[in-house]
Design a protein around this ligand. Structure first.
Ligand SMILES: [Mg+2]
Length: 174
């Protein structure tokens, strides 16, 4: 299946905090773009788990920076999360939503790194991974925190995601 090849992430793990920082560093990654909903927090949530906070802190220490990149319509919540974690945030909606790469470029500018020195971590194949592929970044797919609570349009895409996840899980999940 051609789409399975084109959208195949460089890494697929259960959760954001399972992403090995050594693995990223070995690939030359210096900047991280983090999706928010269902990657950093459950959908619409403001609660970041201790494990995720720790992981972000370690990544901040080690790399040039971490920046949130979200399609959310809830700007205040994104601001809260970015301030709580002490990291930057970029928000795009309408036509600028991921997989469009405008937000991604803005986030790279904040971090001061080029696409080949950055990774995007997200739970949506047709938004996060696609945007990362278009932008030439290292791509990391995670399982969604709460896939049952989402916009109907996202849930529809999850149906298409299922087959791809199953296939990639066999190939590379640790
Ligand atoms: Mg998401």
């Amino acid at each position: 299946m051609l789409v399975a090849k084109w959208l195949r992430p460089d890494l697929y793990v259960s959760a954001m905090e399972d992403v090995d920082l050594d693995w990223l560093a070995e690939r030359g990654v210096r900047g991280l773009l983090l999706d928010v909903d269902n990657t950093l927090v459950p959908w619409k949530s403001r609660e970041v788990t201790e494990a995720k906070k720790e992981w972000v802190a370690r990544a901040m220490e080690r790399f040039a920076g971490v920046c949130l990149l979200s399609n959310t319509i809830f700007g205040k919540r994104l601001k809260y999360l970015s301030e709580t974690l002490g990291i930057g945030a970029v928000r795009r909606w309408g036509m600028g939503r991921k997989p469009a790469t405008g937000g991604l470029k803005a986030a790279l500018e904040i971090l001061g790194v080029g696409p080949s020195e950055a990774a995007i971590i997200g739970d949506q194949i047709f938004a996060d991974i696609w945007a990362g592929k278009n932008g030439g970044l290292t791509t990391v797919l995670v399982d969604p925190e709460e896939p049952d609570k989402e916009f109907p349009s996202t849930r529809m895409l999850r149906v298409f995601e299922r087959g791809l996840r199953r296939r990639w899980a066999k190939e590379m999940r640790r």
